[in-house]
Write a protein that binds this ligand. Structure first.
Ligand code: GLU
Length: 308
């Protein structure tokens, strides 16, 4: 099976150096593995994503010298599919409607409430036990609601949440197994109140739809993979391999400052930077040289043996 990799930007701002790093790593790994490289536009957040930013984003990727397959999947065309899956999970009792506002959650939990890996307050479960009649009454009254995963139920049904294979791609260092910890996310939202989708649900369904075999994305999404693996198990979807790359490394291997890493690519372009300089600044060759290091030391050991 030919490897399939994807870069999946959200067009709610211009691409910055960190995005370039992720895109270049995906394309380079696809090349090294003789696989396919896709770009997917993650534009579910219709309040923040803009058409001109989609164009700008694809323009920046082309300027970087990347080529991807057409057509480009846009998540905003997939709302009915996300909704259908959520309805199925709700019918199975794994999702429940939540009418809480953010303010109500904070009032219910207090400032010292436990938090999820992204730092958001863990949902205290207020709506988990609403009577079915009450749910129907509030829905019929037009009260907006999100659909949340009942984590305890999901884990009761799938008691051994599967982990994932991290790394092991050419240049990323050896593969290791990471145990999943979806419980850390509590009853996370799978369908948002204002948008008929969520990042977790859309990414899992679309990676499967597009046959993505290797998910290469920033370290900031490492913890989210626990939820993704649980959803893949619940939905009977295949497990991709993952590599969560260090957020960004400069040519010297040190982490770039946030202001440099989040500087839009267009600003680099405007002052005459070329794609090779961006690649160097993003530290692509350094990020992918780990197994070269191993290979080199192997070779040196072999050379040494031959000399002896
Ligand atoms: N759309 C997400 C972002 O821009 C990336 C999703 C992913 O790679 O899984 O942060």
């Amino acid at each position: 099976m030919s490897p399939v990799l994807r870069f999946a930007p959200s067009p709610n701002g211009h691409l910055h150096l960190g995005h370039a790093c992720s895109a270049l790593l995906n394309a380079e790994l696809a090349r090294r593995m003789g696989g396919r490289f896709l770009v997917r536009i993650e534009d579910i957040d219709t309040t923040r994503c803009r058409e001109d930013l989609v164009e700008a984003c694809l323009g920046d990727l082309a300027w970087l010298g990347l080529a991807w397959e057409a057509p480009v999947l846009r998540q905003s065309t997939r709302f009915p599919a996300y909704r259908a899956v959520a309805e199925r999970l709700e019918a199975e009792g794994l999702l429940y409607p939540c009418f809480c506002t953010r303010g109500e959650i904070i009032r219910a939990t207090g400032p010292l409430a436990p938090r999820d890996p992204d730092g958001a307050t863990l949902y205290p479960g207020t709506c988990r036990h609403l009577e079915p009649a009450e749910q129907v009454r509030r829905r019929d009254a037009g009260e907006p609601f999100a659909l949340r995963l009942d984590m305890a139920k999901a884990l009761a049904r799938f008691p051994a949440p599967p982990g994932w294979i991290e790394g092991g791609l050419p240049g990323t260092g050896p593969a290791r197994h990471v145990p999943a910890d979806p419980a850390a996310w509590g009853d996370c939202i799978l369908i948002r109140k204002e948008i008929p989708a969520s990042y977790h649900l859309a990414v899992v369904l679309d990676d499967a739809l597009q046959g993505v075999t290797h998910v290469v994305r920033g370290q900031d999404l490492f913890a989210a993979t626990s939820v993704h693996r649980l959803l893949q198990q619940i939905l009977g979807l295949p497990a991709p391999a993952y590599w969560h790359h260090p957020l960004i490394a400069g040519p010297d291997g040190k982490k770039l400052s946030k202001s440099l890493a989040s500087k839009p690519l267009r600003q680099y372009r405007a002052v005459g930077a070329n794609p090779a300089e961006i690649r160097a600044l993003a530290g692509i060759d350094r990020l992918l040289d780990q197994s070269h290091g191993d290979r080199d030391s192997e070779r040196h050991r072999e050379d040494g043996k031959q000399r002896r």
